[in-house]
Design a protein around this ligand. Sequence first.
Ligand code: 3H9
Length: 693
Amino acid sequence: MPAINPVVDLAADGEIAILSVNYPPVNALSHQVRAGLLDGIRTASTDPAIKAIVLICEGKTFIAGADITEFGKPMQPPGLVEVQDAMEAAPVPVIAAIHGTALGGGFEVALCCHYRVAVASAKCGLPEVNLGLLPGAGGTQRLPRIVGVEQALDMVTSGKHVDGKTALAAGLFDELVPEGTLRASAIAFARKVVAEHRPLKRVRDADDKLAAARGKPEMFDAFRKANAKKFRGFLAPEYNIRAVQAAVDHPFDAGLAIERKLFVELMQGTQSAAQRYVFFAERQVWKIPDVPDDTQTIPIKRVGIIGAGTMGGGIAMNFANIGIPITIVEAKQDALDRGLGVVRKNYERSTKSGRLTMADVDQRMALFTGSLELEALADCDLVIEAVFENLAIKQDVFGKLDRIVKQGAILATNTSALDIDQIATAVARPEAVIGLHFFSPANVMRLVEVVRARHTSKPVIATSLALAKKLGKIAALVGVCPGFVGNRILYARSQQANAMLMEGAMPWDIDKAIYDFGLPMGPFAMSDLAGLDIGWSAERTSSSTIREVLCERNRRGQKTAAGFYDYDEQRNARPSPVTEQIIREFAARSGAPQRTISEAEILERCLYAQINEGAKILEEKIAIRPSDIDIVWINGYGWPVYRGGPMFYADTVGLREVVAKLEGYGAKLGKDFAISPLLRQLAADGKRFGDLK
Ligand code: 3H9
């Protein structure tokens, strides 16, 4: 039998045709793959010698979905549905042989095969929701016909990958076969189907699982309600729900037509464009132009952490989770005991949700060695300092580490504010110094800013990034400047938020605008959560800022049940008349005229100031690319994924509009506010941040 085209091959093993796809890296359904599959199915189905067809993939995975790089471009025929129809209507059984991940369009192709066999390590799923889409090739119609409505809703709105065993139990796979034998086992399975004259099972014809859900629309509303918080702001989950509902309410082809219409709507919208952009941004962020993939890395067998406080303990947990032993150093025994106690408690909490067993907890705790001496860190391959944010103290620690820790080790600081080049002056090996800025709580938050100092070596960078990946984090490589990328942009927003308090807005007005835009909380709620007294001291307080006055009145945030807001016992916030009065008095003293500030102005001043700061960060080469800034803000500060990050958002608004608005706010932005020359230039040229390559 002939090779169909460079990426699809058709061969025969006796009376069984083998249609195989070989399109690295993930066998995505590009135009050539679709064309090859269609040709292959047609050729094999019209060959009288062929009794069954096995569809299998080369490389590390079964088809992982539509080719996302083709989205947004004109579709070249054949469409996927044409391919699927040919499979489903084939006169001989078609068997999908699955390894790796059968995802999205790939799984939808498998659902058009009459049978599915898989190795146990294979997974399947419909992750389109994560791209702001829904399965647009019959997935929302076929899936509930196999697993029922409840499980289908869960799968399409979470996008989760289902493991082989679960898929077998749910009827998504017909048989699991031994690892490494997929091709032979699938051929044997095909022979069995032929010998036993098994029927050509078409998922589209199944109805019993749907019948059970008919006349129960409340099921869908209950699902929406239960997940309202998770789905807030996102269009795709709701569209997925409607598509599954169409499977229940309509015959197959009518349901398919509804699915298509909903799919096209999502595909044309900004949310999906943003989420697809983020998909690629998350992969690009690891690529560092001057640190090639083959850069040598340093084996990390033991990690040292200095400081067993919230940050140190949280950071250490990440390493324990992947089995790396940790030596944790504190100045005093009681602080060390307290820190390790908190770590254990955090782990024990995970046993309640069933994520860990007590044996897991013990195993992880056994990886910790506590010490009161920096000398205990001598053999560590990586030391992360997480002590008090004070340059002199950190320099002192690094000076000592330089004398103690073996050569070749990485000396990292978790500072979020200090100049790492200054810290590096304390050692004779500045090439070993790097910033690893974890976000709090460090065992939960995905983001790590990896901060490259002036002399940081490439192996130290490559090792830090590889390690972050192993920890399950997402890391952005950034340069040294006050606040690095994330906090510097946060500061730009805070300045505007604080300025607006003086002009007549209340904290809750500003927070509401930011929350409704899609962030998990606004700047003032965030300050209350973090504690208003960070960096504040009762001895040195001067009543010169609203924040100071709040602290002086023991309004230090959530922990004192009062800050910008008042809190009840469940920590529910409500606007505070006390805070309002403090702000009004401050504003009166400042002489600033009071006015009503619109939600639009709140958003524009906060967000455009962030965009402007992002542009400066790019100018100064503190971030490598705009999408890295977006990754930082999505993963570190909860910027809504469906708006793609501040820089992507700026492109959707239009940079001319951003500059025009900033100019319009002029004096209100503050005396030091300057519009970034890069932002101005891009706007003048009619360009986007996305054009910066
Ligand atoms: C869909 O199917 C719509 C249909 O319902 C309807 C159609 C009508 N296309 O992640 P990795 C690239 S929507 C193009 O690092 P891993 C990726 O960019 C789709 N390219 O590997 C990267 O490129 P580079 C539904 C893709 O082993 C390289 O492959 N499917 C695609 O960690 C390696 O990727 C999905 O959403 C694609 N579909 O993980 C699945 N997928 O090397 C999306 C990947 O240049 N993919 N690339 O940076 C994944 O979840 C993971 O890639 C996978 C492998 C789990 C497969």
